[in-house]
Design a protein around this ligand. Structure first.
Ligand code: AR6
Length: 171
């Protein structure tokens, strides 16, 4: 395994020039708000078309939380979008393993594709309400522990608060 470099960018993930962009999707794979909406808007209809085909062939019951699957990146400056479903945060149940699984499974799919550069958003920290500091800890620890041939994992944080939470973890 090559060593993976973790980098941080504050900005819009749909503007990244990388091999694969990870989408914080929902299990329907049919799009939504937040980063999911932005990726489908800028990537164009080819992404949704492949998502529909995946639903018809493999994910009739939806993509389970913590799993990942790739489609074309359409008009984005990337070759693939890797869709993963983050858990909704719960105060009563520890779902950290599911959030960690999103990062691990996305990197596994990236390896299968031969992607060398992969951009991640802060999965589950928007609509799914995961506290940023904890999400950043899980993201960074999981990527560091996962054996992968990906050379650069770029965390793309939309706002300053998210950027600072990840920066504190990466050091
Ligand atoms: N680039 C980078 N990060 C972004 C962008 C962007 N263009 N837009 C938003 N973020 P969310 P979730 C950040 O809600 O919590 C959708 O409806 C945002 O500030 O997109 O995993 C799906 O269909 C936040 O820090 O994803 C699902 O139903 C982070 O991305 C559900 O939301 C994640 O926020 C998934 O919820």
């Amino acid at each position: 395994m090559t060593s993976t470099t973790l980098t941080l960018v504050q900005g819009d993930i749909t503007r990244q020039r990388v091999d694969a962009i990870v989408n914080a999707a929902n299990s329907s794979l049919l799009g939504g708000g937040g980063v999911d909406g932005a990726i489908h808007r800028r990537g164009g209809p080819a992404i949704l078309q492949e998502c529909r085909a995946l639903r018809a062939s493999r994910y009739g019951k939806g993509l389970p939380t913590g799993q990942a699957v790739a489609t074309t990146a359409g008009d984005l400056d990337a070759r693939w979008v890797i869709h993963t479903v983050g858990p909704v945060h719960s105060r009563t149940e520890d779902r950290s393993h599911l959030l960690a699984s999103c990062y691990r499974e996305s990197l596994r799919v990236a390896d299968e594709l031969g992607a060398r550069t992969v951009a991640f958003p802060a999965i589950s920290t928007g609509v799914h309400r995961w506290p940023l500091d904890d999400a950043a800890r899980i993201a960074v620890e999981t990527v560091r522990r996962t054996g992968t041939a990906v050379e650069e994992v770029r965390f793309v944080l939309f706002d300053d608060t998210a950027y600072r939470a990840f920066a504190a973890r990466i050091g």
